[in-house]
Design a protein around this ligand. Structure first.
Ligand code: G6P
Length: 369
């Protein structure tokens, strides 16, 4: 047991630290030597159908569903294919409309989640191409799908998913960039910029991990909170959802993720001096808007913990705490911004004396309905 944890106190902490390597493992062998092209061997044969897809339907549960939401932004932005992201448990019972030229992508770390598996079986009758994004090779979902891309994150033991999430997001990024290229929607230059950017992500995550003690210190300040709000926009909205899920799963603090602009339609009523608000506010096209969201929280005395791009000199003056992350391409930002949120949830849970690797009432793999 101790050997498996490689000296870390918990599997979750070990898995958080593994991410620079697991993300490299996800893209290894899938990027050409000169970084000019992507190859996804598992879907090469079915690529023409994917390129022609009328629509992509992503089905998943839990953290994998959050990865799917990141995928929605990417596929729509780069490949211009409409995307629906569905909870497998809802989809399977809804008598959904599925066309034969739709492509379904099932995302599952374990490849054994009962609802996701049942949703795939149900969707088969439609004749749509069904792809899997699984971590466990040979798992039930990997076997039931027509083709797929393995995430190669290695065995994940902590119930709160960390490295599996970033590897799923990495696969979806590669798929979206490849599709965008094949559909002639992105130039070779832009394609290479995205690919090069992806290869730099592991070093950027390593840099964030070196700030672990500082991030832990922020966790100490908020360990007794009873509620927390997580806000993000665009492809960072799913990161807000995932950040909130990490906190509630392992520390039992009630947390909600919200698209930042929706705050005014409800959660703003909850903001007072006892409410920590985690805001993902890296430099992208929504930056000015997120700055106003921070002002709205501060005007109500909420505590703002902002994840910002390194060198940000605006938010630093407004937020109670800032966590800097290295600059990266906007499309890739989910991979770096989730890291500090994983770290903070981990330390808050440890400081509260929670069983981080095996939180109450949760299972690593939900194989029953
Ligand atoms: C459980 C786990 C989560 C996971 C979800 C979906 O709830 O605790 O970490 O995200 O199942 O699992 P899957 O294996 O299908 O990704």
């Amino acid at each position: 047991d101790e050997i498996d944890k490689c000296g870390y106190e918990h599997f979750m902490l070990k898995e958080i630290h593994e991410q620079p390597h697991t993300i490299s493992d996800t893209f290894r062998g899938r990027i050409s030597m000169d970084q000019s092209n992507l190859f996804l061997g598992g879907i090469t044969d079915v690529l023409p159908r994917l390129v022609q897809a009328r629509r992509i339907i992503i089905i998943a549960c839990g953290t994998s569903w959050h990865a799917g939401l990141v995928g929605e932004y990417l596929f729509e932005e780069y490949a211009r294919i409409p995307v629906e992201v569905e909870y497998a448990s809802e989809f399977r019972y809804r008598n959904p409309v599925i066309y034969a030229d739709d492509v379904i992508i099932a995302i599952s770390q374990s490849g054994e989640t009962a609802d996701t598996l049942a949703a795939i079986k149900m969707a088969k009758e439609s004749g749509a191409l069904i792809l899997g994004v699984c971590n466990v090779a040979g798992s039930s979902i990997a076997r039931e799908t027509d083709a797929g891309v393995y995430t190669h994150a290695g065995i994940e033991i902590g119930v709160a998913s960390t490295k599996a999430f970033t590897s799923q997001v990495t696969v979806l990024m590669m798929m979206a960039f490849l599709l965008g290229k094949k559909r002639n929607l992105i130039s070779q230059e832009a394609y290479e910029e995205l690919i090069a950017g992806l290869t730099q992500i592991p070093d950027k995550i390593q840099e964030i991990l070196s700030d672990e003690q500082y991030i832990k210190g922020i966790g100490e300040t908020y360990k007794d909170a009873t509620n927390a709000l997580y806000l993000g926009r665009g492809n960072l909205y799913p990161v807000a959802l995932e950040g909130a899920l990490k906190l509630k799963e392992i520390s039992y603090i009630h947390a909600e993720g919200y698209p930042a602009a929706e705050m005014k339609h409800g959660p703003i009523a909850l903001i007072d001096e006892n409410m920590p608000v985690f805001i993902i506010a890296t430099k992208d096209k929504s930056y000015e808007k997120i700055v106003s969201n921070i002002q709205e929280v501060k005007a109500r005395n909420g505590k703002v913990i902002a994840v910002v791009t390194k060198g940000d000199d605006v938010i630093v003056k407004m937020a109670d705490h800032v966590i800097e992350v290295p600059e990266c391409h906007e499309a890739l930002a989910p991979l770096v911004t989730i890291i500090p949120l994983q770290i903070i949830s981990y330390y808050i849970a440890v400081l509260r004396g929670c069983n981080v690797d095996q939180p109450r009432n949760l299972a690593k793999s939900v194989t029953v309905e």
